[in-house]
Design a binder for this molecule. Structure first.
Ligand code: SAH
Ligand code: SF4
Ligand code: F3S
Length: 469
């Protein structure tokens, strides 16, 4: 690599603020991380831009979960390489950074594959981002995939109030990160490191700041969010149910959610919270992946299909109005037609309001990739199609059953058509209300929770009218 290419020329016009463009792939935690990185950079003199052509720094926050997700990064980087070339010809700074789970998994391999990259940074190093950029400017490419011994959250600057406001009334808050479960298909334990819970006081502070900036709904995030544990005010260890209870004391915070949960970590306190905590929304994303005990064992999920069904029964007993969501993988190595039928039977029995489903994608370094009897692609596709048809049918039925019900709607944003407002139902559906035809008060604004009646269920959203209290 030549000197000219490794060293980044300084921006012209030093008084103008450098601009950062962040592109986010993957899960909600990456969305949250992108926000925290952006805020760290804005505290360090950057300005956020949504226009790539305007950027001096581009961060690609990547996902490694399936092959397709990971490969996207390189096609994106190919396009950025061209941009960088033309920028450098004009003597302008253009730094390309790769963050997130591909960065953690592939490290300096990324620099070898794509020479235009200046910075590779894993999720545990984000608090060192401003420092790493300085290093890039001074001495060329930098790779940081160390698992920090220090708590990155203690070192990241607080979320920027203006940015929080711009992001809307519903916010994410990471409370737990990493995973020790090692499901045999999954890269997350390798990309996010081992399971860590953020301390209660730190979470409470961040939640209060979000609410003071106007946030009404907080979704707690973690790869295994329900494994969160920490000391309560009296120094006793407690789980997510306690954390939700503490958060629900924050005045002005209207709604709480959490994702993603593992069936093995649904403890009694958390199940009870679904019965007793009125701010906790009646929605639970509880992935099961498969319905065959043989496959669940091979996946190292450490529970059976009937354990899962029994757990669902307990959760529904706590709150019969709860909507369930799940994740499914079809075509895990060794999955037979009969195994797949068992997944279909489980779905029939549980009845999901929402779900995500994927063809198994072998990931380098995971035990699943080396297992025998990989399922042919066409068989995976056929299974996925049947599975999704069933899940979509259930989702539509769930939506249809909402018609006629009165619900509380959290208004999130203006709709696409004039006069429309879009909000979220307690069950996470998007609900559209027409302020012109519905007698809605003039003083109603984004962030308000209004009482509406569902009038119609469309394929992607529900429609509602204002209901008199
Ligand atoms: N922590 C969560 C899952 C995070 S990954 C949990 O334990 O459930 C999100 C989803 O991606 C998983 O639930 C799984 O359905 C899917 N997934 C993960 N690895 C995959 C792979 N190798 N191929 C296909 N889908 C995968
Ligand atoms: Fe991946 Fe399993 Fe951990 Fe979820 S519990 S993040 S699927 S290893
Ligand atoms: Fe993807 Fe990493 Fe999230 S692999 S799903 S971005 S934890």
């Amino acid at each position: 690599m030549s000197e000219e290419l490794t060293k980044v020329p300084e921006s012209k016009g030093s008084h103008a603020k450098r601009k950062v463009f962040v592109k986010t792939y993957g899960c909600q935690m990456n969305v949250y991380d992108s926000a925290r990185m952006t805020d760290a950079l804005t505290s360090d003199g950057y300005e956020e831009t949504s226009d790539l052509a305007d950027a001096d720094l581009v961060l690609i926050n990547t996902c490694h979960i399936r092959e397709k997700a990971a490969e996207k990064v390189y096609s994106q980087l190919g396009r950025l390489r061209e941009m960088k070339k033309s920028r450098q010809e004009r003597g302008r700074e253009f730094i390309i950074g790769v963050t997130g789970c591909v960065a953690q998994a592939e490290g300096d391999e990324i620099l070898r594959r794509e020479k235009s990259v200046d910075l590779v940074m894993g999720p545990q190093a984000y608090h060192r981002l401003p420092e790493a950029l300085k290093k890039v400017r001074e001495s060329g490419p930098s790779v940081d995939t160390d698992y920090a011994i220090e708590d990155k959250f203690e070192h990241l600057p607080a979320q920027n109030r203006k940015s929080v406001q711009a992001r809307g009334v519903s916010a994410f808050l990471t409370v737990q990160e990493g995973c020790d479960k090692f499901c045999t298909f999954c890269v997350v334990p390798y990309t996010r490191g081992s399971e860590v819970s953020r301390p209660l006081a730190q979470i409470m502070d961040e939640a209060r700041q979000l609410v003071e900036a106007g946030v009404r709904e907080i979704t707690l995030l973690g790869q295994n969010v329900n494994a969160w544990h920490g000391a309560d005010g009296n120094g006793n260890e407690a789980g997510l149910g306690m954390l939700l209870e503490q958060l629900s004391q924050i005045e002005g915070l209207a709604r709480l959610r959490y994702t993603t949960s593992h069936p093995r970590d649904m403890d009694d306190g958390l199940i009870a919270a679904h019965a007793t905590n009125p701010k906790l929304m009646p929605y639970l994303h509880l992935p099961v992946q498969a319905g065959s005990d043989r496959i669940l064992k091979a996946m190292n999920r450490k529970h059976t299909a009937s354990d899962y069904i029994a757990l669902i029964k307990r959760i529904r007993a706590a709150n019969p109005d709860l909507a369930l969501s799940g994740d499914f993988i079809v075509g895990f190595p060794g999955e037979t037609d009969e195994d797949f039928e068992e997944t279909m039977r489980l779905i029939e029995e549980v009845n999901y309001a929402q779900a995500f489903s994927f063809k198994y994608s072998p990931r380098p370094g995971t035990p699943g990739a080396d297992m025998p009897d990989h399922v042919p692609e066409d068989v995976k596709s056929a299974r996925l199609e049947r599975l999704q048809a069933l899940l979509i049918k259930q989702q539509r039925e769930f939506a249809q059953n909402c018609v006629g019900r009165e619900i509380d709607l959290l208004l999130e944003k203006p709709g696409r058509m004039e006069g429309q407002l879009v909000g979220r139902s307690p069950w996470l559906q998007s609900v559209i209300i027409d302020t012109k035809t519905s007698k809605i008060g003039d003083n109603i604004k984004i962030g308000d929770i209004i009482r509406v009646r569902i009038t119609e269920a469309g394929p992607n959203s529900l429609f509602a009218e204002f209901a008199e209290a």
